[in-house]
Design a protein around this ligand. Sequence first.
Ligand code: NAD
Length: 727
Amino acid sequence: MTDFHITTDADGVATITWDVAAKSMNVMSMAGFAKLDGLIDAALADPAVKGIILTSGKKDFAGGMDLNVIAQMRTGGAQAIFDGVMQMHAVLRKIERAGMDPKTLKGGKPIVAALPGTALGIGLELPLSCHRIIAADNPKAKIGLPEIMVGIFPGAGGTTRLVRKLGAMAAAPFLLEGKLSDPKKAKAAGLIDEVVAPEDLLTRAKEWVLTAKDADLVKPWDAKGYKMPGGTPYHPAGFMTFVGASAMVNGKTQGVYPAAKALLSAVYEGALVPFDTALKIEARQFTSVLMNPSSTAMIRSLFINKEALEKGANRPQVADQKVAKLGVIGAGMMGAGIAYVAANAGIAVVLIDATLEAAERGRAHSESLLDKGMKRGKVTAEKKAEVLARITATADYTALAGCDLIVEAVFEDPKVKAEVTAKVEAAVGPDCIFATNTSTLPITALAKASARPDQFIGIHFFSPVDKMMLVEIIRGKETGDRAVAKALDFVRQIRKTPIVVNDARFFYANRCIIPYINEGIRMVAEGVEPALIENAAKLVGMPLGPLQLVDETSIDLGVKIAKATRAAMGDAYPDGAVDEVIFRMADQGRLGRKANAGFYTYSDKGERLGLWEGLAAAWPVADAQPDLAAVQHRLLMAQVLEAVRALEDGVLTDIREGDVGAILGWGFAPWSGGPFGWLDILGAARAVEICDNLAASHGPRFAAPALLRDMATKGETFYQTAVSQAA
Ligand code: NAD
């Protein structure tokens, strides 16, 4: 079986069909590209062929390049990547020129792309090299160039062609933000040329091939007198575009994403030169991005490993545990959100609170989210009715009969949780799995309230539940495999990404976030300029500075956690310096965003204005300030060392989960691929050196864990070690 095959009909129209064997979606490989090249050569050379339709044998056109191939390309070095990309350009350019005389631009064979459904990445770059793009009117189809989302950019001519087709300004959302559109919107934006009824797709494509004139095959940029829409960089309008775009890209990426910068350079420099030179520039910039370890790390965590975890990489071998009826206990912020995502995924939900009114308030949360969706045209009235009909709000535990999974989200109080556990177990069948959404209480201890601790597990959602994609599954000491499988199958049903960790204080995500927040607060106490702390975090790719983060999650929660941790740890408690700051903030009623006052000030409407000037009065800013890198090392190492310790302790058993969980759970510098990705980029030896310096000046919390020190001695990396262990 090959990825492409060709048939030619009696009218001389050849159809090249893309149909990768044993895959539900076409993806491009180097072998596939070579095959396509051969078929194009043959069709162009065959006098019996008048024109070509390029289509798919599947319901979609293509999902893009096989990202595993891209990840491997790096191993050949820069020259090999550049040569490979230039070969792709040559094939696509051949399609675009289609045998025409380069001087007269006549005599080419028409080539049309007929897209039955989704066309992403190379799946759109290839059509962009054709002479016309016709798509089936399939509202589920997604058309676009999402490469930037995984740390690369469209490097098979998509960047150069789209900018020349639409102009830099109009192409920007598709290239820089990876915006995807359905066929009608793609046509309105000028991405594709025509949308037809699905049953007419191939007839219309053939009709176009048979009626196309020489002029229809000439791309604007190959015709005489071509001017780029919106102007080139030195045109007054173009000048404005590029100045603005450059500022926007730097503002959004803080300069830490090499792909966005390289993309902009490819567009800017490419706009100044002829088309074929622009392709070469695109190839050079693309090569530089692939050679940057950030792109490898991002592809690995955000695509390959994220998908592997979603498909159940660490799922125990237990029969399918799909959830049919879910019980959610506690209809507060979290419970209401969990009920919504489950009902939205087609699961029947019983939502329980202490009173019927409270349960109904929880159900109303779904209604308001669905209403918002309707306003944005994403949800129909039928869908809203269907989802709401799946949620039964009640205070009556007998309604839980027949539930196969319970998620408990009542107050964070072991006594309340224990009561609820007993009440639930009295109402459900013997096979029902019980999960708690606790964010801090050890699962093993909570399981003591259960008569069947092997069926007791932690399923930790993040807030807001409908937006946050990570779910942390926590195995208690006695949790059995079926409970783990159940949790994983549930997370798959609601289309989120799971990680499975072992039970320990704060599990994984919170264990790493708390030291990040604490390090920021410690610096305030030391007299580090608060703006330096916040900006240092953002300039290294953290979405929120530590002070903004604690304002968002609330300072009184910080106080509560600090008190509980101090009680549990006694004299070993290390964070007294942090408590001095947050206790004082809490005493003054500065509880964070919810109080409209915290480390930041807020307007009456709740808009964040700026850092609170009163901070300097309480914790005077020191004359000597640390440099940016020193602050960044402290903020990153605080998180990363905790991740390494979690691995050492066996809380994490798979670094892939550590990295994917960090990016999706708390936005850990995505450019780095996660904490372990960052340490690999840095190298263990350099990481240990940074730790030694930090430990000398700031204390033993920065001491390099033995695992890291050992890797530094042996010259190992986390991912190499993981690969060799798996082999
Ligand atoms: P919340 O106060 O908004 O909601 C708790 C709900 O439980 C309330 O509606 C309350 O009436 C109900 N409840 C209390 N006792 C009950 C009982 N005996 N029977 C039935 N219902 C009862 O709290 P929340 O923020 O939704 O948190 C719930 C759980 O989720 C906690 O364990 C918390 O630690 C955890 N959690 C919270 C977050 C977060 O960001 N807020 C994130 C992850 C996990």
